[in-house]
Ligand binder design. Structure first.
Ligand SMILES: C[S@@+](CC[C@H](N)C(=O)[O-])C[C@H]1O[C@@H](n2cnc3c(N)ncnc32)[C@H](O)[C@@H]1O
Length: 240
């Protein structure tokens, strides 16, 4: 683990954060414990970086919530820093979660319509953790939400659809909203194709190659980047 996991100066030792981490670990999902804590520590840094910028809270955005595991890690950081987390997911699962695919869970299917529905599980996790005033669920397609978004983001976590089309739609839709000095976290980045799918790795590479982002830590397949140029209001092609 590199920089992303070094959280000695964060508030993770405080009882409330420790309780939220415990809950996150018990929540069903796709985030290993060490990566979850690395994500939490990056988000704490993002939340703190906003302090002193006026009355507005730092805004964090999560793309891909599933049953709320990463939501709780990010929610813990948001709560500790007075930030607000918007958690975006259509809650119908990605391609690999559908019937016949590797990551399908039959008990997440709504018996009424036969469709996958993780929203009740996500809500139970967030409400049970007492994060309902810190975390705002946004139920819908990520690209549609991104197209309507208008607020600078302190930290964006991309863990939605991992196929080429949804992953690039997330990258193109959300990264323009990340403030200069803000953070981008991408999950399931595998430099070796033998370890996993390519799109998250390609997003990470594209960010670095753009010169607008620098590496700011990693843990497992989690990559943390920090924006050094090109944030909202600085791009020649935007009028913000
Ligand atoms: C890998 S899971 C997220 C795992 C989660 N971060 C965790 O900690 O367990 C990917 C999620 O992205 C969501 N998703 C996939 N494509 C999406 C899209 N186009 N818009 C919104 N959500 C999407 C799926 O519904 C699924 O819940």
């Amino acid at each position: 683990m590199t920089n992303a996991g070094t959280g000695s100066s964060t508030r993770s030792s405080r009882p409330r954060t420790a309780e939220l981490v415990r809950r996150a670990r018990e929540t069903r999902g796709f985030m290993p414990d060490d990566e979850g804590e690395a994500l939490l520590h990056a988000a704490v840094r993002a939340g703190r970086s906003w302090e002193g910028r006026g009355a507005r809270s730092a805004v964090m955005v999560e793309i891909g919530a599933w049953c709320g595991k990463s939501t709780l890690y990010l929610g813990a950081a948001a709560e500790a820093t007075g930030a607000v987390l918007f958690s975006v997911d259509h809650h119908r699962g990605s391609e690999e979660n559908q019937v016949g695919w590797e990551h399908h869970d039959a008990d997440l299917v709504d018996p009424l319509d036969g469709r996958l529905d993780t929203l009740p599980h996500w809500r139970r996790a967030v409400d049970g953790a007492g994060l309902d005033r810190t975390v705002v669920g946004v139920v819908g397609d990520s690209a549609v939400v991104a197209a309507c978004w208008g607020t600078s983001i302190a930290l964006c976590f991309i863990d939605g659809g991992h196929g080429e089309e949804p992953a690039w739609a997330d990258f193109r839709g959300w990264t323009p909203h990340v403030a200069t000095g803000g953070w981008l976290a991408i999950h399931d980045v595998f430099p070796d194709p033998a370890d996993g799918g390519r799109p998250p790795y390609e997003l990470w590479r594209a960010a670095l190659d753009s010169g607008e982002w620098v590496e700011d830590g990693e843990c497992g397949s989690l990559r943390i980047l920090r924006r050094v140029a090109g944030g909202p209001g600085t791009r020649s092609d935007r009028k913000e």
